[in-house]
Design a binder for this molecule. Structure first.
Ligand SMILES: NC(=O)c1ccc[n+]([C@@H]2O[C@H](COP(=O)([O-])OP(=O)(O)OC[C@H]3O[C@@H](n4cnc5c(N)ncnc54)[C@H](OP(=O)(O)O)[C@@H]3O)[C@@H](O)[C@H]2O)c1
Length: 239
């Protein structure tokens, strides 16, 4: 059964890694996917590989999460490509560039950059896409976070900008879910696992399949489904 037939799904960072696997899984279920990427050339390559029943309806749009103007332009282009709205937004794109930095030594500019892309960037994209989610009559926002932002055990040992940004992304998810509680838009956040990718490295124990399945589950929640929760492997986990 095609659970997303006739639906439009936006995936940020869909040109590679976990974002590409999520885009592929949503496309298999019939979604017309918008690949929101920083580099349209690599987005085009991914678009050709993604396929699915709505393959001819996939689009690549430029969207740099760290740039207000780029995200505003993206919102306008998205509306011209899908004037009747969007049903799913997967905020997957993110950066990790501070493996060895603790809170006492991290360069402030680097710290700011993690917050700007991983938190403010998600907020920028949500603001650009929310009018189109409303236009479609509601839908699902799926944020890709990490257990490295979990308060119980997730915040110790280096990666300060990344960990703090993912804790803040979890908080943003909860606060936005509250702000949208009287609408048919749900906002959830997920941990994808430790996955082989440029960020996860070649030695990571998992492929992106489990993450893609969890993203699909959250992308297909009904209007009265759960909102403002943290997930891993299709189950709720603690903050
Ligand atoms: N891999 C893991 O083990 C793991 C674990 C926990 C959480 N996560 C989370 O999962 C998500 C995807 O990670 P991944 O492993 O697939 O990482 P990845 O292979 O490094 O891919 C990151 C993606 O984010 C995009 N991106 C980065 N900065 C951007 C910006 N300013 N604007 C737009 N796009 C931007 C990248 O685009 P470019 O190609 O242009 O750089 C790329 O598509 C991230 O949010 C990450 O924090 C991953």
């Amino acid at each position: 059964m095609s659970r997303l037939q006739g639906k439009v799904a936006v995936v940020t960072g869909a040109n590679r890694g976990i974002g590409k696997a999520i885009a592929q899984r949503l496309a298999e279920e019939g979604a017309a996917v918008v690949l929101a990427v920083r580099d349209p050339a690599s987005g085009e390559e991914a678009r050709r590989e993604i396929g699915g029943p709505a393959a001819g309806e996939h689009h690549v749009l430029r969207c740099d999460l760290g740039d207000d103007d780029s995200v505003s332009d993206f919102g306008r282009e998205l509306e011209s490509v899908h004037p009747s709205g969007v049903h799913v937004l997967v905020n997957n794109a993110g950066i990790l560039d501070d493996r060895h930095d603790d809170s006492l030594t991290i360069d402030l500019e680097k710290f700011r950059r993690h917050l700007d892309v991983n938190v403010t960037g998600v907020l920028r994209v949500c603001r650009a896409v929310l009018p189109l989610l409303r236009k479609a009559g509601g839908g699902n926002v799926v944020n890709v976070s990490s257990t490295m932002g979990q308060f119980e055990g997730g915040l110790d040992g280096g990666y300060t900008g990344y960990r703090v940004s993912k804790a803040a992304l979890n908080a943003l998810t909860k606060t936005m879910a509250y702000d949208l509680k009287d609408t048919p838009i749900r906002v959830n956040v997920m941990h994808p696992g430790w996955v082989r990718s440029r960020m996860g490295g070649a030695d990571a124990p998992e492929g992106p399949e489990d993450a893609a399945e969890t993203a699909l589950m959250l992308a297909t929640l009904p209007p009265d489904g759960p909102t403002g929760r943290f997930w891993r492997s299709q189950r709720q986990i603690a903050w």
